[in-house]
Design a protein around this ligand. Structure first.
Ligand code: ATP
Length: 357
């Protein structure tokens, strides 16, 4: 198990506090994504785990033993970066063997070759053995880089945006492969990405970060369905969740075009006191439902076709909104349509982003 406690990092050169106080536990064999916008501190955590950076305070333990004062070489970690970093003058086989033939645990060439070939078979790169990095595609090079990290049979595999140099289609393919491979080998893996789809598709758990703080550490579906705060609700989901600033007045949350009757909310979903005046309401595009008897009527600004669904753009309660409707509903620009909302699927947040409902 990896335990991170009160981990803080202030960069000495500019005094910037990149990590505020991180607490995380990662179980053996789990594939965990660190997800968040640029600058939220993902790479900083990875570099602290790898020992490439020293923390300002806090602790990192692998299996109950602190690794803070251990040299990167002694942490039993495999690292893969987005730019592959293969040796251009070596063949694939030589690249993969390389970590086994240097350092303290230096092996005989024959033994190193045997282990390298075993892992190359698992990652499907046997036929590339005699090629040099310059003769391969980005996807092939990334597979080689991952194999080179795996041959050392590290306890933990750290991947920093490993797919970001690949085109969209190849990314899909390689991310499936990475998941299969990691689960087959059973290695604890921490994968940095800023792409929510990538994180949702491969992870056992996701750590979503913002401003050097963990916003939520959870299974992928919970991040979408049960966001802990407004940041997570807005970060997860495409199209982005619709947001409305509304005022609570007696039995309703009141807006210019539509109000929400508080009695129709599922009372069991309230998580905190609900006695303030200003609230932020989040409604995902799929939870606006077309209806003849509607909560509100609106004019369709534009319609975007996305395969079997339409995204309908409209304005309500002072916000530009998106709803997903079935293509067979035949909604067109300029139509006047009526929407209801799913009361048990909306979210209510306080102004500071804390979730109330
Ligand atoms: P990205 O997705 O853009 O790689 P990230 O989430 O990985 O972002 P980090 O690289 O961890 O973010 O950086 C976190 C913050 O720390 C950023 O604001 C960055 O500018 C700052 N930072 C990173 N490295 C240094 C450094 N060596 N000196 C000073 N500040 C740094």
């Amino acid at each position: 198990m990896i335990s991170i406690t009160n981990l803080r990092k202030v960069y000495d050169d500019n005094g910037y506090e990149a990590l505020k106080s991180i607490n995380l536990e990662i179980n053996d064999g789990e594939l965990v994504c660190l997800l968040g916008p640029s600058g939220c501190g993902k790479t900083t955590i990875l570099n602290l785990l790898a020992g490439l950076l020293d923390p300002t305070s806090g602790d990192i333990k692998f299996d109950n033993t602190s690794v803070i004062n251990k040299h990167p070489k002694d942490r039993n970690i495999g690292l893969v970066f987005q730019n592959y970093a293969l040796y251009p003058h070596m063949t694939v086989l030589e690249n993969v063997m390389f970590p086994l033939t240097v350092g303290r645990k230096k092996m005989q060439k024959k033994e190193a070759e045997k282990i390298a070939k075993k892992f190359m078979a698992i990652t499907n790169i046997v036929e590339l053995a005699n090629k040099k990095p310059g003769q391969m595609s980005g996807g092939q090079q990334q597979r080689v880089a991952i194999t080179r990290a795996l041959v050392q049979q590290p306890k933990v595999l750290l991947l920093d945006e490993p797919l970001s140099n690949l085109d969209a289609r190849l990314r899909l393919k390689i991310r499936e492969e990475i998941r299969r491979l990691i689960k087959e080998i059973g290695i604890t893996t921490i994968f940095v990405t800023h792409d929510q789809e990538e994180a949702l598709s491969i992870s056992d758990k996701i750590v979503i970060m913002d401003g050097g703080i963990v916003q939520q550490h959870d299974i992928p579906s919970n991040l979408y369905l049960e966001p802990k705060n407004l940041f997570v609700a807005k970060f997860m989901g495409n199209p982005i969740i619709n947001i409305f600033n509304m005022k609570k007045q007696e039995t309703a949350l009141v807006g210019d075009n539509f109000s929400i009757d508080i009695k129709l909310l599922d009372q069991s979903r309230f998580k905190a006191d609900f006695n303030k005046t200003n609230y932020v309401i989040g409604i995902r595009p799929e939870y606006f439902v077309l209806g003849k008897t509607a909560l509100f009527k609106t004019k369709v600004n534009t319609v975007e076709l996305i395969g079997k669904d339409n995204i309908v753009n409209f304005e309500a309660n002072g916000s530009y909104c998106k709803a997903i409707t079935d293509i067979s509903d035949g909604i067109k620009e300029g139509d006047i349509i009526g929407f209801n909302i799913k009361y048990d699927k909306i979210y209510i947040f306080e102004e500071d982003g804390a979730r109330v409902y």
